[in-house]
Design a protein around this ligand. Structure first.
Ligand code: G
Ligand code: G
Ligand code: MN
Ligand code: NA
Length: 254
């Protein structure tokens, strides 16, 4: 396929860049971290969203190469920010189901951190429910291995998949990101607030940090505050941006 050849070429010729979307603490409006989101800078089509190519790289196994590249790029960026003398905040990396299940991600992360001289506390990993669906021993130990490195693990897009309560209890994520689909419903349907409240109550009981994704309105912010959510991200704060010279940690958003 032409598309696959193009993606291989893009990997070989360094056409991928990372954009960064801030996550904000609802208590004081400070930036708590950035989510790293990959972009393909195509020579003629411009900046291409991962929604257009992640499914194909996932199918072909190229996602393993791309995943390693993303980890390396984020660590390099953190090292650059550190060199500029900024106070750093962590960056979260999306790890695909295939990379999580087929490779030793903890080892890849440790090597990249070491190569760039970056502290593990500056990295977080986002796993989707589909990555951890089968609560096998290998899933449990892979998550433990990442956490033992000093890297936090967050469950991404929560509520859209099929993870069970017993899994959540066993796997002990550091945090949980409530899928945008539920945040959109806040203030629109009664279901929205009921579901978000239930997720917050459960996550709180398991001592997980609670992040709301896809926040676009102040009304949602007010409701999320009332529901005792910890952090938000979304277009109301900022979309993902190319890295600035320094991390803008000082600015207050909400
Ligand atoms: O940034 P955007 O909203 O266009 O991303 C679309 C989808 O691609 C999201 O589901 C997001 O999680 C995924 N994605 C973005 N960057 C990465 C990445 O670096 N690795 C993986 N595995 N998925 C990513
Ligand atoms: O699957 P994941 O949650 O990693 O996907 C993140 C994706 O969500 C990115 O592609 C990002 O561009 C997108 N995104 C982030 N904030 C918002 C938002 O407020 N609204 C919408 N519609 N998309 C968002
Ligand atoms: Mn994510
Ligand atoms: Na998400």
């Amino acid at each position: 396929l032409e598309r696959i050849r193009e993606l291989r070429h893009a990997l070989a010729h360094d056409q991928f860049v990372m954009y960064y979307e801030p996550r904000v603490d609802l208590a004081d409006g400070s930036i708590t971290s950035f989510e790293a989101l990959v972009r393909w800078v195509h020579p003629t089509r411009g900046v291409v969203s991962p929604a257009e190519f992640v499914p194909l790289v996932e199918e072909t196994g190229l996602v393993l190469k791309l995943g390693d590249l993303v980890i390396d790029k984020v660590c390099a960026q953190l090292a650059l920010w550190a060199k500029n003398g900024d106070k750093l905040v962590p960056v979260s990396i999306n790890v695909s189901p295939r990379q999580f299940n087929d490779t030793d991600v903890a080892q890849t992360l440790r090597r990249a951190l070491e190569a760039h001289g970056v502290d593990p506390s500056l990295i977080e990993v986002e796993l989707t429910e589909s990555s951890v669906m089968n609560e096998t021993a290998s899933v449990v130990s892979a998550i433990q291995a990442i956490r033992q490195t000093g890297i936090k693990v967050l469950l991404d897009d929560f509520g859209t998949g099929y993870s069970s309560l017993s899994q959540l209890y066993k796997l002990r994520f550091d945090g949980l990101k409530i899928d945008r689909a539920f945040i959109v419903q806040l203030g629109k349907t009664e279901g929205g607030i009921v579901i978000v409240r239930a997720i917050v109550t459960m996550a709180r009981a398991l001592a997980m940090r609670i992040v709301a994704e896809g926040v676009e309105t102040m009304e949602q912010v007010d409701m999320l505050r009332a529901l005792d959510c910890d952090e938000i991200q979304g277009y109301l704060i900022s979309k993902a941006m190319p890295p600035a010279e320094s991390q803008p940690v000082a600015r207050n958003f909400v």
